[in-house]
Design a protein around this ligand. Structure first.
Ligand code: TRP
Length: 460
């Protein structure tokens, strides 16, 4: 029963357009801001290895499953799950998976936008030549000056949310495709320039060793959970973002090839970011576990010491903002698509409404870095010692909601959906590769997620 459905929101022009959009969603703050700082906090090499393993064994198969469900349903994740559950004659309760995704997207975007605001602020700080000749201390005080001021953070957060809602309101397709095509390669080149700078510091080897030599003594069960959660986060999996993008994918595009391509590009960007940042960390006697401010306290040193640093620095943060922008729109798109489908709202109105709710929630993160910096709501639990509200939001979404969402997507795709449906939608035949995918999604992914969860809560 091939579906004749089309999406009311339009379709990507071709497979390349989808790859660009999905890469735009995947490559973002997760790769450049988050990956280095959590790798630093969790001891480096072993963490990176677990993360890479999770991308290969869990991330890619789940991405295929998510794209597949989206393309088959051709609606917002909530309605896609409802339709597919009906067609596959399984419980209508599966639509709640769509709802959980919408909630996760809201929560993630609420803090994502605040951090993107930092990047936005740094465009101007870099461009004005503020970093020229600065030492580690100087760079650190510039960072504190920014995050200590709630009004300042709020202003940047507001600007970034407005930027996001404008694009979402206009429809994900217009303008986005072309922009990603140009700016993603530019970001890539600038990262190479930064790796080049790092190469010339005397700590390049030390940085690479930190990143690529696994020391299993340095990682904890919670670290493994964080690595797995990040595999979901960085690939935009587990909350319907890739599902909704899949719903705009043309029928004849290969889901397997696109998923592998997007995952490879995403991973490359993260590793390059790590290779640029850690040598600078060690060359300047900084702390790899410095936390969320890591890139904002390291890269400016590089820009402050290279020829044309003001220009390159400005360009880098501009491209980072752009990468964050193309990710942010995918976090809110499932909610907006649903508002349009079920409440007949115009896209603009739906975007404004969703944006306002997210903006308000973002205040929790804004204050986590200043007024409430000492408020550690779950500090009585050892794992959450020192966690601010922002840290908790990040932990809850990336390490719990996304893996759980991914687990349920796997269960639906491989246990609830009839085999013929997935054979048909993936359109890769019913041979070895299909069998491998099905085996991974049916057994390996769910079991891996459950084991990591049980370890992290100390049951195993
Ligand atoms: N993947 C993006 C990043 O690495 C963030 C992101 C966009 C995301 N859409 C998502 C994370 C959906 C989880 C789910 O920056």
């Amino acid at each position: 029963m091939p579906t004749e459905r089309t999406s009311i929101h339009g379709q990507w022009s071709n497979r390349l357009a989808f790859i660009l959009a999905a890469t735009g969603s995947a490559v973002g703050l997760g790769n450049i801001w988050k990956f280095p700082y959590i790798a630093g906090e969790n001891g480096g090499g072993a963490f990176v290895l677990v993360y890479l393993l999770c991308i290969a064994v869990i991330g890619i198969p789940i991405m295929m499953a998510e794209v597949m469900l989206g393309r088959r349903g051709r609606q917002s994740p909530i309605n896609t799950m409802r339709t597919l559950a009906y067609e596959e004659k399984v419980s209508p309760a599966w639509r709640w998976l769509g709802w959980a995704g919408v909630l996760a997207g809201f929560l993630i975007l609420s803090y994502y936008s605040v951090i993107a605001g930092w990047a936005l602020a740094y465009v101007f700080r870099a461009g004005s030549g503020l970093f020229t000749g600065l030492t580690a201390d100087g760079v650190q005080s510039i960072f504190s000056n920014l995050v200590d001021e709630p009004e300042r953070l709020l202003a940047w957060h507001t600007i970034f949310m407005v930027m996001t809602m404008i694009i979402v309101g206009r429809g994900v397709r217009s303008g986005l495709e072309r922009a990603v095509r140009l700016l993603m390669p530019a970001l890539f080149v600038l990262l190479l320039v930064l790796v080049g700078y790092a190469w010339n510091t005397d700590a390049f080897d030390q940085g690479l060793e930190f990143l690529f030599t696994p020391d299993f003594g340095a990682i904890t069960a919670n670290g493994v959970l964080i690595a797995m959660g990040h595999a979901f986060f960085t690939l935009s999996l587990g909350m319907g973002a890739i599902m909704v993008y899949g719903s705009y994918l043309p029928d004849n595009a290969s889901i397997a090839k696109t998923s592998v391509t997007v995952s490879l590009m995403d991973t490359t960007v993260a590793l390059l970011a790590g290779m640029a940042i850690f040598p600078i960390v060690f060359a300047n006697g900084l702390e790899p576990g410095a936390g969320p401010g890591l890139i904002f306290q390291t890269l400016p040193i590089a820009f402050g010491h290279m020829d044309g640093g003001a220009f390159f620095g400005m360009l880098f943060f501009l491209l980072l903002v752009f990468a964050a922008w193309t990710s942010a729109i995918s976090l809110i798109e499932p909610a907006v698509a649903w508002l349009v489908e079920n409440h007949g709202m115009s896209r603009i109105y739906a975007a404004a409404l969703a944006g306002m709710v997210t903006w308000g929630t973002g205040l929790l993160t804004v204050f986590s870095f200043n007024l409430w910096a000492d408020f550690k709501p779950l500090g009585m639990f050892a794992v959450f010692e020192g966690y601010t509200i922002f840290d908790l939001l990040d932990y809850l979404t990336a390490n719990i909601m996304l893996p759980l969402g991914g687990l349920l997507i796997a269960v639906f795709a491989a246990w609830q959906m009839r085999r013929e449906s997935s054979v048909e939608e993936l359109a890769m035949g019913d041979g070895f590769l299909y069998g491998l995918w099905r085996m991974l999604v049916r057994y390996i992914t769910p079991v891996a997620v459950i084991i990591v969860f049980l370890h992290a809560i100390g049951v195993l």
